[in-house]
Design a protein around this ligand. Structure first.
Ligand SMILES: [Zn+2]
Length: 382
């Protein structure tokens, strides 16, 4: 099985390389903003239409030819992803990039052969501590002191310039490993939501952490502060840096928390089932909508963590259909209770069989049952 791993190094570019990195970041911004403008007037264009248009843009703007061309493609990819997030109501309308935003660009590794010699555009040499990058050539790196080499196939590299003026490179590698599937002895259904992030069919609940809310409040305050500052001024940059630090803190905290939950779930179970939708509860008022977008992000991160860890450990992970009304069906007798469309009902006795149900635990039990069906259907095909 191919798994992806990321290695992050500190980068020490020479003056010349630094200039080229900054130029590349500028070109990426230029392409992103150009097509953002273009899409405002040309609705319904696809990613491939933009790819096709790119050579023309390069003819009109010679400076774009000086930088790594895969970066310009990735600017289009990023823009299309931003629009997809917008249409899926995960994020707001894409904004123009300015040079005060976080700066990074991704370059894909291209392989080939020339005069019977194989080459690849990105190479990492841990012994002499250099990375070969497209256009930049060999750049000095630091990190992974105890490793002699990186196993696997390099997929891409992301070069980042921090507010502090420091440079980093993150290299994504595909490693092929052999994993044997376990013989399953237990199963868990997981209901993902807003109030409780996770409710398992074992009856365990993980809440959306309060601490996180505190960090997020601080972040909102800082963003207000930023809007009062004069763009590009010293104080503006200072606040911008504080925001970056707050973002990093939230990201780390969330990563740590979600990783812990995913580990517990995957370590303790052989078959894991979740729903394929993001969050089913819809909110009208703004404050709750804000919380919703946060928990949407947490839910999708958590699901991919569970998926990835299940693969690594040879466990089974299933996603079941979105339209399956997991919270309305009694997990004991199968009776569908339409009253439960009212989301404020958190617990109830089933009008058919009389069994007591906690709304979320009942939902996770139904998810478990659907997953079990799916598992046996799939296994009987093998
Ligand atoms: Zn019932």
């Amino acid at each position: 099985m191919g798994i992806y791993k990321a290695y992050k190094f500190k980068l020490y570019p020479t003056e010349e390389q630094r200039i080229l990195i900054n130029k590349t970041l500028g070109c990426k911004r230029f392409v992103y903003n150009h097509y953002l403008n273009y899409l405002k007037e040309n609705k319904g264009k696809s990613k491939y239409d933009l790819y096709k248009d790119l050579p023309k843009l390069k003819e009109e703007n010679e400076f774009l030819k000086e930088v790594d061309s895969t970066v310009l493609h990735s600017a289009i990819d990023d823009l299309c992803k931003a629009f997809n997030d917008y249409y899926a109501k995960r994020k707001g309308y894409p904004k123009f990039k300015n040079r005060f935003n976080k700066q990074s660009y991704r370059t894909s590794c291209v392989r080939g052969a020339y005069k019977e010699k194989e080459y690849s555009t990105i190479e990492v040499d841990l012994l002499s501590r250099f990375i070969k990058l497209p256009k930049l050539g060999r750049v000095k790196i630091r990190g992974y002191r105890n490793k002699e080499r990186i196993e696997g196939k390099i997929i891409n590299a992301t070069i980042t310039r921090e507010y502090t003026g420091k440079y980093y490179v993150s290299v994504v590698v595909e490693e092929n490993i052999l994993i044997e599937k376990v013989t399953p002895t237990n199963i868990v259904g997981i209901d993902l939501g807003i109030k409780d992030l996770v409710v398992t069919s074992d009856g365990i609940k993980y809440s959306n952490k309060k601490v996180l809310m505190k960090f997020e409040k601080r972040l909102k305050r800082l963003q207000k502060e930023l809007s009062r500052r004069e763009k590009g001024s010293k104080n503006y940059l200072k606040t911008k840096e504080k925001i970056a630090r707050a973002h990093a803190k939230i990201k780390n905290y969330r990563k740590h928390y979600l990783n812990g939950i995913a580990n517990e779930i995957v370590n303790d179970h052989d078959i894991i089932v979740t729903e394929s939708l993001l969050v089913k509860d819809m909110f009208k008022d703004k404050k709750k909508a804000f919380n919703k977008s946060l928990s949407d992000a947490a839910v999708s991160t958590l699901r991919s963590l569970i998926e990835w860890k299940s693969k690594l450990k040879g466990k089974f992970y299933y996603k079941i259909d979105t339209y399956y009304p997991s919270s309305q069906i009694c997990s004991n007798c199968g009776y569908k209770n339409e009253d439960l469309k009212d989301l404020s009902i958190r617990e109830y006795d089933c009008p058919e069989c009389g069994s007591y149900n906690d709304r979320d635990i009942n939902a996770s039990l139904n998810i478990l049952l659907e997953g079990l069906k799916l598992h046996y259907n799939l296994q009987s095909l093998v």
